[in-house]
Ligand binder design. Structure first.
Ligand SMILES: CC(C)(COP(=O)(O)OP(=O)(O)OC[C@H]1O[C@@H](n2cnc3c(N)ncnc32)[C@H](O)[C@@H]1OP(=O)(O)O)[C@@H](O)C(=O)NCCC(=O)NCCS
Length: 151
């Protein structure tokens, strides 16, 4: 497989379908997208992956979304995007990159492999912040894990 190229793009050029792979709420996505720093992975002119990072404070940035198109998952593209997001955050002056996730599945392995540590659990975050119940593999997302990487 050829290696995808990574490009920073304006938020309106990021395909919503890809962002929805990682976050099921268009309204939640719309809120962070405008202020987000968006990078896409392109292969043969098609966008097959994305990440969005956003400043929480000057020193702390958050990874708001990371997704790879389902047919391209499991080939190292997510890891490539995550390494790039970490480097970008560092270059933008961040001393810490954080993220929140409702999944305790393979995504957790994915982040921990990159060095992220669990720093907090927010009980009932998802029922309180999303209008509809969210399910993955038949399991309702309730609690949100906060992870952080010191840069
Ligand atoms: C999470 C996601 C971005 C990972 O991207 P990817 O390109 O599939 O991941 P990679 O191929 O780079 O895998 C990197 C590591 O992640 C873990 N991983 C990724 N997919 C996995 C799977 N299906 N099962 C188990 N581990 C997995 C492994 O540790 C893997 O390391 P390895 O290749 O040495 O085993 C991708 O699965 C995705 O887009 N999922 C849907 C959106 C989503 O859940 N985003 C995160 C929201 S919290």
């Amino acid at each position: 497989m050829s290696t995808p190229s990574l490009h920073k793009v304006p938020s309106e050029q990021v395909p919503m379908a890809l962002l929805l792979e990682a976050d099921p709420s268009p309204s939640v996505i719309a809120r962070y997208l405008q202020e987000g720093h968006c990078v896409v992975a392109c292969l043969d002119d098609a966008i097959i992956g994305v990440y969005v990072i956003k400043a929480m404070t000057a020193a702390a940035w958050e990874l708001m979304n990371i997704a790879v198109a389902p047919e391209h998952q499991g080939q190292g593209i997510g890891a490539l995007l995550l390494r790039h997001a970490i480097d970008q955050a560092r270059q933008l002056g961040a001393q810490r990159l954080e993220l929140g996730t409702g999944t305790f599945g393979h995504q957790l392995t994915f982040y921990q492999r990159a060095g992220f540590r669990v720093v907090a659990v927010e009980p009932d975050y998802f029922p309180q912040h999303y209008p509809e119940p969210l399910f993955e593999n038949g399991l309702q997302h309730r609690d949100r894990l906060r992870l952080a990487l010191v840069l």
